[in-house]
Ligand binder design. Structure first.
Ligand code: CAA
Ligand code: FAD
Length: 434
């Protein structure tokens, strides 16, 4: 299959996702992102809108596309194109982006997800992580490995069409890390005990994104610690279960509008049927989930890199020093060039990983490479953006300092950069040993 390298080469559906998310980010996220960051406030309205992204604007974009397609086609195919257009509009929704339409999802592919994550995160990196934790870490494992009963209960109502008793959109979270182990995910100490018709879960999950908003959590727990990673299973735990509580929200350097907190489980009883997949399959479910999740974080990092580039380049054209715009100074041009090269190379890696996933080929190494390169691009671009802005880069009047703070997490979560190197090198060495 063809590997896309520029937005203009993308198929029309992907271009539409790009345009739609880009406009939404410019108009509804970027103007408020600074305030959400300062107030540490969960951007509930914006997250709500992720699912009904101003259909009028989407319709306009689609109708332009329809007009373009329909100039040279017969009446019959014109009507078919129009129907396709309406179908796509009706199905758009970013809080169930990869879920099948049978379970109320948008049924878009991994490439669309990567594109959407970049554009949304360009507007607000906190909204980006809220969206990615929900889609690739919560919905994906249930949708891929769960029973039909679990999908009906914990996927279909979580794709942006149903609300909880407080009238808020249903959101999910993913609990793998623990206070005692993050990188060493196979060392999980949260336990699941078989008790007839129920599992009893005990333990604490640490650093969980969306913890304070989630109606349900994926929890990885061991039924037999002596089996190490083979003893781990994946469960869905409703957050209103007796014995389930939350830690305080972490006070973070960046992505401050998303909540991060401990999930504390004290003899939480869940039905037997809340096991995802097979007993002992949990570690592999976690690893496969993270392979896809790393494409999402790569997209988030690309968005932060792009926001930094936008801010720095625009400023360099306006700001004058020694009688001319600083954009005319070679030092500034070198920085701009380095930023764009890093961002674009990371985007190629990200789209490659997404397309491999869409083609159902192996993509573990490629997703790790994309996440590694994109997170390094994000931190470098945000760093250079502050340099280009000088003093203005260091104060919160401009978004550069927020991008700098937001970028840093992309080198830590969903596997630190050291873990990505371990995954990449491990796969390369395996290839050479064969
Ligand atoms: N897909 C399928 N199976 C996989 C796999 C993959 N990508 N990677 C490993 N496995 C399988 C192996 O084949 C092996 O199977 P067998 O038992 O049948 O042999 C098994 O899993 C164990 O593999 P390893 O020996 O390689 O496992 P390990 O204990 O050495 O750990 C690791 C490997 C890559 C370091 C892994 O622990 C890891 O990814 N750690 C990082 C954890 C992480 O990313 N956490 C993110 C939390 S979520 C988050 O942060 C959220 C957010 O951003 C919002
Ligand atoms: P450690 O594993 O203790 O690592 C410390 C250092 O040692 C790092 O530099 C690491 O790279 C290095 N190191 C460790 N092992 C190796 C090795 N084998 N080789 C080389 N170097 C190594 N987790 C979830 O489950 N769900 C979430 O939703 C979630 N969201 C998060 C949101 C935020 C804001 C944050 C900060 C974290 C989140 N996490 C989440 C947890 C995150 O995935 C972990 O912090 C991360 O995997 C690192 O684990 P750790 O913090 O325990 O660091």
């Amino acid at each position: 299959a063809r590997q896309y390298t520029t937005h203009s080469q993308l198929p029309s559906e992907h271009q539409m996702v790009y345009e739609m998310c880009r406009k939404f980010a410019d108009e509804e996220l970027a103007p408020h992102a600074g305030k959400w960051d300062k107030e540490h406030s969960f951007p509930r309205e914006a997250v709500d809108k992720l699912n009904r992204l101003n259909l009028f604007r989407v319709a306009c974009i689609m109708m332009n596309e329809y007009r373009r397609i329909s100039t040279n086609v017969s009446t019959q195919s014109r009507n078919e194109s129009r129907d396709d257009v309406i179908k796509v509009i009706a199905e758009l929704g970013l809080m169930g982006i990869n879920v099948s339409s049978d379970h109320n999802g948008s049924e878009l592919d991994a490439l669309s997800y990567a594109i959407a994550m970049e554009e949304i995160s360009r507007g607000c990196a906190s909204v980006g992580v809220i969206m990615s934790a929900h889609n690739s870490l919560y919905l994906y494992p249930i949708d891929t490995f769960g029973s039909e009963e679990l999908k009906q209960q914990f996927v279909a109502p979580y794709t942006g069409h149903e609300r909880n008793e407080k009238g808020e959109l249903n959101i999910g979270c993913f609990g793998l890390s623990e206070p005692g182990n993050g990188s060493d995910a196979g060392a999980a100490s949260t336990t699941a005990k078989d008790d007839g018709d129920e599992w009893i879960i005990n333990g604490t999950k640490a650093w969980i994104t969306n913890a304070h908003e989630a109606g349900a959590a994926i929890v990885f727990a061991t039924t037999d610690k002596s089996l190490k990673h083979k003893g781990i299973s994946a469960f869905v735990v409703p957050t209103n279960s007796a014995g389930f509580s939350l830690g305080a929200k972490e006070d973070k350097l960046g992505i401050r509008a998303s909540s991060t907190a401990n999930l504390i489980m004290d003899n939480v009883r869940i039905p037997k049927s809340n096991l995802i997949g097979e007993l002992g399959q949990g570690f592999k479910i976690a690893m496969q989930t993270l392979d896809g999740g790393r494409i999402g974080v790569a997209g988030q990092a690309l968005g932060i890199a792009s926001a930094s580039i936008d801010c720095a380049v625009r400023y360099s054209l306006e700001r004058k020093a020694f009688g001319k715009p600083i954009s005319e100074l070679q030092s500034i041009q070198n920085m701009i060039s380095k930023m764009v090269v890093a961002r674009d190379s990371a985007r190629l890696l990200t789209w490659r990983a997404a397309q491999l996933k869409d083609n159902k080929e192996r993509f573990t190494r490629e997703a790790a490479m994309a996440k590694l390169a994109a997170s390094e691009a994000a931190t470098m671009c945000a760093h250079q953006a502050i340099q280009i802005l000088g003093g203005m880069g260091y104060v919160s009047d401009m978004p550069a300092e927020r991008h700098y703070r937001d970028a840093r997490i992309t080198e830590i979560y969903e596997g630190t950069s050291e873990i990505q190197h371990l995954v990449i090198a491990g796969d390369v060495l395996k290839e050479y040993k064969q």
